[in-house]
Write a new protein. Structure first.
Length: 255
């Protein structure tokens, strides 16, 4: 009897995993518009051009209570250097119940309420926690069903973080190990910082439109600009146009 139950359980899990693969990966993430804990409305389009983790949860889910603090930690690490947005979506519970749970754990990510559980069908949620990893173009790159750990989340995250901030020593290491790098200099005072590096192709840039068409998107890009906001906007625009290997100089204060 136990063998029979195990067999059917194995078949069920296999069917669910195959279904998720067919439904999810490579397809646009379904759009939504939901309120946060204060009633402000958000849509998925509000975060276009950024890597997104969406985690579906309930207050009665023990694994969710373990996953959400982990996502909060990862959010703090990558929100600036990679533009990461974490969205936790509660399914079918009141604002009071959700707030009571969140008061017990660290959270700074966006939390939305799906009190009618409309997304349970749209996103094919068979259990919680379920996390989706959405790339800057709005496509589902990967997912996690059930309990997870940091290593698993980081492996999935690497598929959607198309641009990264690097410290000076990390940029030096990137140049050492990369056969070819396209350096895009948007600074007002332009000068090639690596004239002795034959694998670094220097480009003096005026605006983002110079980038969007002529370059091979499979190459590695290093973006220099005068200020923090500009560099992030440039990287986000490149990600929106399919560039997946973009790096920029990370100021110490951003770490």
């Amino acid at each position: 009897m136990k063998t029979k139950r195990l067999f059917f359980l194995t078949i069920f899990i296999f069917v669910i995993v195959v279904f998720y693969s067919i439904f999810a990966v490579g397809k646009p993430a379904p759009q939504f518009q939901l309120p946060d804990l204060d009633g402000k409305m958000y849509s998925l389009n509000d975060f276009s051009g950024r890597p997104i983790i969406i985690s579906f949860f309930t207050t009665k889910c023990g694994f969710c209570a373990e996953e959400l603090p982990l996502l909060n930690e990862i959010y703090h690490t990558y929100k600036d250097k990679a533009g990461l947005q974490v969205i936790a979506i509660n399914l079918g519970e009141s604002q009071e119940a959700v707030q009571k749970m969140l008061d017990k754990i660290p959270y700074d990510y966006l939390t939305l309420l799906d009190q009618e559980t409309q997304l349970a069908g749209t996103y094919q949620i068979f259990g919680v926690p379920t996390a989706y990893f959405i790339d800057p173009l709005g496509n589902i790159a990967d997912y996690i069903i059930g309990a997870t750990n940091r290593e698993n989340v980081m492996n999935k995250l690497s598929r959607i973080t198309w641009y990264h901030g690097l410290r000076p020593i990390e940029i030096e290491n990137l140049i050492k190990i990369s056969p070819q790098i396209e350096l895009l200099d948007f600074r007002s005072e332009k000068e090639n910082p690596f004239p002795d590096k034959p694998n670094v192709n220097y480009h003096s840039m005026i605006d983002i439109n110079q980038v969007l068409d002529p370059f091979d998107k499979s190459l590695i890009f290093l973006v220099f600009s005068n200020d923090d906001n500009t560099r992030r906007e440039l990287c986000q625009q490149m990600a929106l146009n399919g560039y997946q290997k973009v790096y920029y100089l990370l100021n110490v204060k951003d770490e």
